[in-house]
Design a protein around this ligand. Structure first.
Ligand SMILES: Cc1ncc(COP(=O)(O)O)c(C=O)c1O
Length: 339
């Protein structure tokens, strides 16, 4: 299953879903019903699972579009059943077990009774059963091992009473790579399918490449006089005559509003000068004397022999690569190339 929530981790929901469908993916996972509806409206036919909360009021919308829902609250089950009774067909649900994430899910000690109860409902089919790992991307394995033990216990107890949902799933990217004992019927990688490392401790194997590069262009190149202030607040003051390039990327595109960002121009690393603005950022270009308007500026990706990874940007923003790519805003045009 391909996890394409949050605009496919910033990569573009429809194009990634189409590519995943073409590649023969079994199912797409999203966080919100709105994302699933958008996929259906765009003509995506693959099975879709909404991993997050769906209001009982929206159950008919899901059923009309053959969208499966996660079910993780005992209170929601009768409400879903009631909503499904007034719609055509059967609501497909994947029941979530909280084996140690502390987020969504029925606790293992209540899971067997709950699944048995939902399985008896006339208008709901328990299509799947799943859990989510909290620490599969860390060197410490004991938490994930414990989660797998708890999940397996639920599965065994269910089998003992003759219940075996058809799709059992647990592994995220790091789990898929490092916990083959939790592959079950399907895995739910997100980060890895975009060629991003789940973490420094759970790197992707050889051969994975990041799918995304983030590029802009120089929109102005000027020589500023000594002692000139650059950008709001003049946090940078030129020391002498300095070549300053402006580029069409700002915090409204997803560049963090801070000092110290790095970009590539003409295959060389250049330093940001002055504060990031909403739509623009300035760069010190003294080392690139032939830089001119229209030249490519790379925020993430390769240029010549230099490369800036999403992981490097994440480290400089004190966050994870997930947040960097998810933060690329809607107005940034996405272009897709078959390589
Ligand atoms: C329930 C669930 N499954 C799978 C994933 C995919 O995780 P990853 O991107 O680490 O593979 C996520 C992402 O946060 C998730 O919330």
């Amino acid at each position: 299953m391909a996890v394409v929530k949050a605009n496919a981790y910033g990569h573009g929901l429809f194009e990634v879903a189409k590519a995943a469908e073409k590649a023969g993916i079994a199912r797409l996972c999203v966080a919100r019903l709105e994302e699933a509806v958008a996929l259906r409206d765009a003509g995506i036919l693959a099975p879709i699972l909404v991993l997050g909360y769906t209001s009982p009021l929206d159950v008919p919308k899901a059923m009309q579009r053959s969208i499966s829902l996660a079910l993780f609250n005992a209170e929601l089950a009768p409400q879903y059943e009631e909503a499904a009774r007034h719609s055509v067909g059967t609501l497909q649900v994947h029941i979530k077990v909280d084996t140690g994430m502390g987020r969504l899910g029925i606790f293992p000690e209540h899971a067997v009774d709950f699944v048995a109860q939902v399985a008896k409902m006339d208008n709901i089919n328990v299509e799947g059963l799943f859990t989510h790992f909290a620490r599969a991307d860390e060197p410490l394995q004991s938490t994930t091992d414990d989660q797998i033990i708890r999940f397996n216990r639920v599965l065994q107890e269910l089998e003992a009473i003759g219940i075996r949902p058809s799709i059992i799933h647990a592994d995220n990217s790091a789990g898929s790579l490092y916990y083959a004992n939790a592959w079950y019927d399907a895995v739910r990688p997100g980060n890895a399918i975009y060629g991003l490392n789940p973490s420094a401790d759970a790197p992707l194997p050889e051969g994975f490449e990041p799918a995304l590069a983030w590029k802009s262009r120089l929109t102005s190149v000027k020589i500023l006089s000594p002692n000139s202030g650059v950008s709001y607040g003049h946090s940078y003051i030129t020391k002498g005559y300095e070549r300053i390039g402006t580029c069409a990327v700002g915090y409204a595109d997803g560049l963090r509003r801070k000092l110290g960002n790095i970009a590539l121009v003409h295959g060389r690393r250049v330093n940001q000068v002055g504060m990031v603005c909403m739509d623009q950022t300035m760069w010190q270009l003294d080392e690139i004397p032939d830089a001119k308007v229209g030249d490519e500026v790379v925020l993430i990706g390769q240029q010549g022999n230099e490369r800036i990874s999403a992981e490097e940007v994440a480290a400089s923003w004190n966050t994870i690569n997930y947040e960097v790519v998810c933060g690329l805003s809607a107005r940034v045009p996405r272009y897709y190339f078959d390589e």
